[in-house]
Design a protein around this ligand. Structure first.
Ligand SMILES: Nc1ncnc2c1ncn2[C@@H]1O[C@H](COP(=O)(O)OP(=O)(O)OP(=O)(O)O)[C@@H](O)[C@H]1O
Ligand SMILES: O=P(O)(O)OC[C@H]1O[C@H](OP(=O)(O)OP(=O)(O)O)[C@H](O)[C@@H]1O
Ligand SMILES: [Mg+2]
Length: 285
């Protein structure tokens, strides 16, 4: 039977969340320790554990069909590779930073300067678009140390919380791009495997929608129902069911998890009681 071949980061920041999303899609993978390849038990899928930086070339060659990878790696090494889904984890940005004490006015301040980075293509393209000519030093890790040891005047690297920059006495001055984990697709994927990809995407979409939403239940006196329903930013009209106690109803709806905290006080003030917020396992919209 034909299987779709997916690349997942072997170890590092994307590994666990990538395996978790496959698991949440109901796909169980036989994982032996130190295995570089594993087969799913209940879905036509094979997992290849690879280094992130190698994945764009594997996709290009068509030896794997799809991959979970940071968008930033595609910008750096795989601009010819398409994205099927954004996966809403490993959010970060690729930014330029300089020593805190340095005066900074604009990107032109990098002209003629030395910049250390693991993302040379991304930086080169950005500088070219701004008319800046800089001297790039390519290093693979711990980029933020470069200005402190005199290797560079500034850096370009991944920033998330900003704590690595802070600890190294640097300040973020330009955001080149924003990134998150994505499902990338080989330009050489066969039609048969495209059908499997479609099934996988359907599952991923229902997992992502479920993660983004909460199921909420509350009780309310009937005369307050109109007000309460107007506060709830639901998918559709909420379900209203009578309670055993006369004059009271139970209201059920699905709301965006971020919206919940914004409306909770309003709901209580409007007379809602016994509010329950439950996670949703899958959501097909
Ligand atoms: N601090 C961070 N916060 C959020 N996402 C991040 C952060 N650092 C990296 N990422 C994202 O996770 C991806 C993997 O990063 P990680 O550091 O694990 O691997 P790597 O060292 O770039 O690659 P390799 O697999 O070759 O070791 C990056 O490409 C980026 O998209
Ligand atoms: O803004 P922050 O939250 O501090 O995150 C940014 C840091 O995270 C990444 O490094 P990582 O920890 O993955 O180490 P690595 O250089 O070995 O990949 C990245 O290269 C930055 O150094
Ligand atoms: Mg890293």
């Amino acid at each position: 039977m034909t299987k779709i071949r997916i690349a997942v980061q072997k170890s590092g920041r994307l590994n666990q969340d990538s395996l978790k999303i496959l698991k949440d899609c109901g796909i169980s993978i036989d994982n032996g320790k130190d295995q570089l390849k594993a087969t799913a038990r209940n879905f036509p899928l094979e997992v290849f554990y690879l280094r992130n930086g190698d994945i764009p070339q594997y996709l290009r060659d068509g030896v794997i069909d799809i991959a979970i990878i940071g968008e930033n790696v595609l910008v750096e090494k795989g601009q010819d590779i398409s994205v099927a889904e954004k996966l809403n984890f490993s959010k970060c940005r690729v930014s330029l930073a300089v020593p805190k004490g340095m005066e900074y006015n604009s990107v032109m301040d990098f002209d003629g300067k030395r910049v250390a980075t693991s993302y040379p293509n991304t930086v080169k393209q950005y500088f070219e678009s701004k008319g800046v000519s800089a001297d790039l030093h390519i290093i693979n890790g711990s980029v933020e140390i470069a200005p402190n040891i005199g290797l560079a005047d500034g850096i370009c690297d991944i920033v998330s919380s900003g704590s690595t920059l802070f600890k190294n006495n640097l300040k973020e001055v330009e955001v080149i791009l924003k990134s998150e984990a994505v499902l990338a697709v080989s330009p050489k994927i066969s039609d048969e495997r495209k059908d499997i990809l479609e099934k996988l995407q359907f599952r991923i979409q229902s997992v992502l929608s479920a993660r983004q939403n909460k199921y909420i239940l509350l009780n309310a006196p009937n005369e307050k129902l109109d007000t309460i329903i107007s506060i709830l930013p639901g998918m559709r009209s909420p379900t209203v069911l009578p309670l055993a106690e006369a004059g009271w109803s139970s209201v059920h709806t699905v709301i965006n998890r971020d919206a919940f905290w914004e409306v909770i006080d309003e709901l209580k003030l409007a007379g809602a009681e016994g509010i329950l917020v439950c996670p949703i396992e899958k959501m097909v919209v």
